[in-house]
Design a protein around this ligand. Structure first.
Ligand SMILES: Nc1ncnc2c1ncn2[C@@H]1O[C@H](COP(=O)(O)OP(=O)(O)OP(=O)(O)O)[C@@H](O)[C@H]1O
Length: 259
């Protein structure tokens, strides 16, 4: 199910503005890759280019190549809607659909994919997804209650359940814990650790400790100067990155000397 992603010579634009320049990296299947770097260096932009969410913004485009298990993501024959189904996304703020029950929230993506489901099939998907998101035990007796009635951390796990209900190959997470308290953050980090046995996970985080705790590989992005495009300074196994980085600027950022 999980897929690897090869990025080569990637430039990412908003209209004429080159936001991210010249990225090369390989994201391994069944692993967690973290993107770190100071504000505005293009981490979220980079993440959104990996499931073609970037181009939803008028004028936004990419140059270069992204290969997902050998298939070109931006090939003319590829349907971006299908890509977004296979490469799911979890956002900074938990965003359950406010009028839907917990049950219906989990199934929202499956229902968008149109085909009619039997009740038993739907029940199975709901239980499997909520269990995988470590939320089943907490909500199994109130599946028909509103998703918005859950705590922030539970809502974020509900959003992760919704993302995995459609059985994606890759999960992109854009600062998934930034709106959560430390206990909920720890629950999500444990979950990320478990999910990587089945999924390729890419996470943007401002939290160095979190990157060190959850990821196998880390990409450090930076700006050469204000107004310049963001670029990938270093991409290495997280252990190496946090103990013996290749670049001085990585060390300065990680040790809190800038950004
Ligand atoms: N919709 C947009 N239209 C135009 N420019 C944008 C848009 N979104 C982001 N940018 C610009 O692209 C650059 C990279 O932004 P991005 O949000 O990817 O950075 P980031 O590293 O994720 O920042 P942060 O850590 O603050 O979330 C910035 O200069 C930003 O102003």
């Amino acid at each position: 199910m999980a897929k690897s992603i090869d990025v080569s010579d990637l430039n990412i634009y908003y209209g004429d503005f080159l936001a991210v320049e010249g990225v090369n990296m390989t994201i391994k299947a069944r692993s967690v890759t973290a993107f770190i770097g100071p504000s505005g260096c293009g981490k979220s932009t980079m993440l959104r280019s990996l499931n073609r969410m970037h181009e939803v913004i008028p004028g936004a485009r990419v140059e270069g190549k992204i290969m997902v298990d050998g298939q070109s993501l931006y090939d003319a024959s590829i349907d971006p809607v299908a890509v977004r189904r296979e490469i799911g996304m979890v956002f900074q703020r938990p965003n359950p659909f406010p009028t839907m029950s917990i049950y219906d929230n989990v199934l929202a993506g499956n229902r968008l994919n149109a085909k009619k489901m039997k009740k038993s099939e739907a029940d199975t998907i709901v239980e499997r997804s909520l269990s995988a998101a470590n939320l089943w035990a907490e909500v199994k007796d109130r599946l028909n209650k509103p998703g918005m009635g859950l705590s922030g951390g539970q809502q974020q796990r509900l959003c992760i359940a919704r993302a995995i209900a459609v059985e994606p190959q890759v999960l992109l997470m854009d600062e998934p814990c930034s709106a959560l308290d430390p206990i909920s953050t720890s629950a999500i980090e444990d979950l990320i650790h478990e999910l990587k046995t089945d999924y390729t996970i890419v996470i943007v985080t401002h939290n160095m400790q979190q990157a060190a705790r959850v990821s196998d590989d880390t990409g450090f992005f930076n700006l050469k100067a204000t107004g310049e495009p963001g670029h990938l300074v270093e991409f290495n196994p997280t252990k190496k990155m946090f103990t013996q980085p290749d670049q001085e600027s990585t060390e300065a950022y990680i040790s809190g000397r800038f950004g």
